[in-house]
Design a binder for this molecule. Structure first.
Ligand code: CA
Length: 489
């Protein structure tokens, strides 16, 4: 796996000096794929492992793609302006110096998925003609489902990073290029609208969830993770009935498969569990890092710890929010650096590992509950909103309940902030329904030094501020005349 990863990383290095859409054409591996594509069904599994290797990179899902959504919001911040989270937190980038990695890593994932999807049906048909064919072998469906779901996930992240929230203009503004086939080097794809991107994301996740297996599959996306992600996509889009349907399907299916919300007692340390099929816990999809195959010191584990690079900490206003209930179990995840800063210890190393080897939970069962509660509230189904919000509220503090209460959107969004902090959600959640991110300082003796850093950015912003979407990378603008830059950059 290590060797394969280095092939990928070398390929990505070419990106900045490329003269076309190399980010879409990067060859998976010369050893297993020739010019006619993959040659045998087993190559597909190998190719999928290559995709998970790209995702594992600290510039992808072990780090930057996660913390970007947190430090651009109001619940977390860069510890100082010179930290690697600093330019995102301060929105201190221009169309000429903004990073290209969000674009390049996500499009390499899409490109690799396209190679698989171009060949998988042909290879399965070939297997079916063999005498040894076992019709009870569902694993091929699962592989194709993984490729579809990961392509949908990558396009969703591209769309929410480079395109405005769907509800701002019903998806009329520009998203990103929608790439469904292996492209030729001379192809110069234009950006689709956000609505067109959502249609493709939903198609991939719907198709993927019908093919994916529901079994625990360590470090791989399964049916329940993909359904939870799909419910999130429908929430962002405003299709609340579908959001509720998919979240309920995820919860019911996952719990049948022995997944379960962590208990109050388990919560502070469950993040370090090495999940297994006998005890899958509540993480539905995670990046697995180990001390022999990890993402290094740029990964969330090292960045979000005072024993590591201490890059990102919670804001004083978020600390005040959590302290609304001094018995909230989520306070136990905070670690303090004297009286300066508080860090979120969700990226806990597994047994025998160092902090940089911590796994990265990307999709949790808790989110499915929060998605279901939010969708139900929007559908004016208070009973269901209570049903799905209450387990999260009670788990945080068994003395609390929302039973008998009228649940508001604000109540659910507040619970979502508290539950999903440091997992890459906040900026999108703050803005996607037309709300604001508000950066304010709240005096507190326990984190005296935590104040918002000075810089030329807005203290309060919504989806009308041009910087809530990243500029299209310069390398792409310079080589593809069909790509339009985002407004005001
Ligand atoms: Ca680990």
């Amino acid at each position: 796996m290590k060797v394969l990863k280095h092939i990928f990383i070398c390929g990505l290095c070419l990106f900045t000096a490329s003269c076309g859409n190399d980010w879409l054409n990067m060859e998976p591996s010369t050893s297993i794929k020739n010019e006619d594509g993959y040659q045998q069904i087993g190559d597909i599994e190998y190719a999928l492992n290559g995709i998970y290797n790209i995702m594992q990179n600290a510039y992808a899902y072990s780090g930057r793609l996660v913390y970007y959504g947190d430090v651009t919001g109001d619940d977390m911040q860069a510890v100082s302006s010179t930290k690697r989270t600093g330019s995102y937190y301060l929105f201190a980038y221009t169309k000429d110096n903004a990073p290209s990695t969000h674009w390049s890593y996500l499009y390499s994932i899409i490109g690799q998925c396209n190679y698989i999807l171009a060949d998988v049906d042909r290879l399965v048909d070939a297997e079916k003609n063999k005498e040894s064919f076992d019709e009870n072998k569902p694993v091929w469906d699962d592989w194709k489902g993984q490729a579809l779901a990961l392509r949908g996930m990558a396009l969703f992240d591209l769309t929410r990073i480079f395109g405005y929230p769907y509800k701002k203009d019903n998806g009329a503004s520009l998203g990103v290029p929608i790439i469904k086939q292996v492209l030729a080097i001379q192809d110069k794809p234009a950006r689709g609208t956000v609505a067109e991107c959502y249609a493709q994301i939903i198609a991939d996740l719907e198709d993927g969830t019908t093919l994916l297996a529901g079994d625990f599959n360590k470090g791989k996306i399964n049916k329940w993770a993909a359904l939870t992600l799909l419910s999130r996509v429908y929430l962002y889009k405003g299709d609340d009935a579908k959001a509720l349907e998919k979240a309920e399907a995820a919860i019911g299916g996952a719990e049948n498969e022995k997944y379960a919300l962590w208990t109050n007692a388990e919560y502070p340390t469950a993040w370090s569990n090495d999940a297994s099929s006998s005890k899958p816990g509540e993480v539905l999809f995670e990046i697995v890092n180990t001390n022999t195959d990890g993402a290094g010191n740029e990964s969330m584990g090292y960045l979000s710890s005072s024993d590591g690079y201490d890059d990102l900490c919670i804001t004083s206003s978020f600390y005040a929010l959590l302290l609304q209930d001094p018995n909230d179990v989520r306070l136990k995840l905070l670690s303090f650096d004297g009286t300066k800063y508080a860090y979120v210890f969700k990226y806990q190393p597994q047994d025998g590992e160092n902090i940089e080897d911590a796994n990265i939970p990307l999709i949790r069962l808790s989110e499915a509950y929060l998605n279901a509660a939010e969708a139900a509230q929007k559908l004016v189904d208070n009973d269901k909103a209570v049903k799905f919000l209450d387990p999260i509220v009670k788990r945080a503090n068994p003395a609390k309940t929302v039973t008998g209460q009228q649940i508001t959107h604000e109540r659910i969004l507040t619970e979502r902030r508290k539950e999903l902090v440091c997992e890459g959600h906040r900026m999108y959640d703050a803005l996607r329904d037309g709300g604001k991110a508000t950066r304010s300082d709240v005096a507190n003796n326990k984190i005296k030094s935590t104040k918002h850093l000075s810089g030329t950015y807005e203290k309060e912003y919504d989806w009308d501020w041009y910087k809530v979407v990243l500029p299209i990378p310069k390398a792409e603008i310079d080589t593809n005349p069909n790509i339009k830059q985002n407004p005001d950059y």
